[in-house]
Design a protein around this ligand. Structure first.
Ligand code: AMP
Length: 329
């Protein structure tokens, strides 16, 4: 029996180089080997307020981006989370299997709850991990390729699946997380102690968006914060900026760190940054050319309708099994 792979990205802003290298590329590289599912996590996009027009645009943008990045609808089921109602129902059920303490220790909740929200913290920020648990379990998923920031969510999924199976009998498949060794946490170019995020510090200099103007993207790389060592060397603790640029280069070209270090022995950061800028520019050019083709609304709707039908079939079967196990059916 073929194994199942699933991942999702929130359509909450333009996708970044971090999303591509940390999650989408890993998925695309493996999509032929699995029964593959990728979803637009639109219910996760509304965990805090997002302007409806912006959300609508972000959804279209994200599906065009998936396709432009190489997600192949012939090999992969592409769907919108909110089109498959079972996500909500199973999310609700899984929330009831979860301890408050388990959700309170989720790092994303802890960091965001401490910084923003002077009017109080949205419940969405607290409970969204159990929806993520449902997203994964609904498809009998074996492997979840994600960036490092999502590892904890897959661990929670395993804990809850195990608890449920013990309590109600064997119902869920145990998923494994796949965090790629390189590029699992692309850092902000201006502050290489922080993750590269969709929402940057306001001037967006630290984040490369997949739709960035090519010259602007190159400038962002050229002005990336580095250090005073002046040696191209992979050392995340002492040279986080240079190590980040090495990860970007290595993940795109496949060249390993020691080979990059060898090539740049005795050469300066300027030359190195120029190479990274060119490689990123080529990648963006390719993605952007395809993106324009995939913005076609009719094509997108067709893919999403077909995707939702296929996803729904599996999701319904799983939810039926869950309800049977629990005595609801
Ligand atoms: P999000 O944008 O938070 O919905 O994340 C979607 C996927 O992209 C998840 O698998 C994240 O782990 C991954 N991701 C987001 N930002 C980064 C980053 N800076 N580096 C590596 N992976 C990332």
């Amino acid at each position: 029996m073929r194994k199942t792979m699933l991942t999702g990205v929130r359509p909450s802003g333009s996708l970044t180089l971090g999303n591509y290298l940390g999650a989408i590329k890993n998925f695309v590289d493996k999509q032929e080997l699995y029964d593959s599912y990728i979803f637009l996590a639109d219910l996760h996009a509304i965990t805090s307020y997002i302007e409806p027009k912006k959300l609508k645009h972000a959804i279209k943008d994200a599906i065009a981006m998936y396709l432009a990045c190489g997600v192949d609808p012939k090999r992969t089921t592409i769907f919108k989370q909110s089109d498959v109602l079972e996500h909500g129902t199973l999310g609700f059920i899984m929330t009831f299997q979860t301890k408050i303490s388990e959700l309170s220790r989720m790092t994303q909740y802890k960091s965001k709850a401490n910084t923003c929200h002077k009017d109080g913290v949205d419940t969405g920020l607290f409970v969204y991990p159990t929806l993520m648990v449902a997203d994964i379990l609904l498809y009998n998923t074996h492997i979840v390729p994600v960036g490092k920031d999502q590892q904890q969510h897959v661990e929670l999924t395993r804990d809850l699946a195990e608890r449920f199976n013990k309590r109600y009998g064997n119902t869920f498949e145990m998923p494994d997380v796949y965090v790629a060794p390189v590029g699992n946490k692309i850092l902000n170019l201006q502050n290489p102690l922080e993750k590269m995020n969709k929402s940057d510090d306001g001037n967006n200099k630290g984040t490369i968006f997949l739709l960035d103007d090519i010259d602007i993207a190159k400038k962002k790389i050229m002005s990336a914060v580095t250090d005073g060592y002046n040696r191209v060397h992979f050392d995340e603790d002492n040279q986080p900026g240079i190590s980040n640029l090495m990860s970007i280069l290595s993940k795109i070209t496949g060249e390993d760190f020691s080979s990059i270090e060898q090539r740049y022995l005795g050469r300066g950061y300027g030359e190195f940054k120029r190479e990274v800028a060119e490689v990123v520019a080529d990648l963006l050019r390719d993605i952007q050319a395809k993106y324009r083709i995939y913005c076609d609304e009719e094509l997108q709707n067709h893919i999403l309708v077909e995707g939702a039908k296929q996803a729904e079939t599996i999701a319904k079967e799983t939810l039926f099994r869950v309800k049977q196990s629990m005595g609801l059916q």
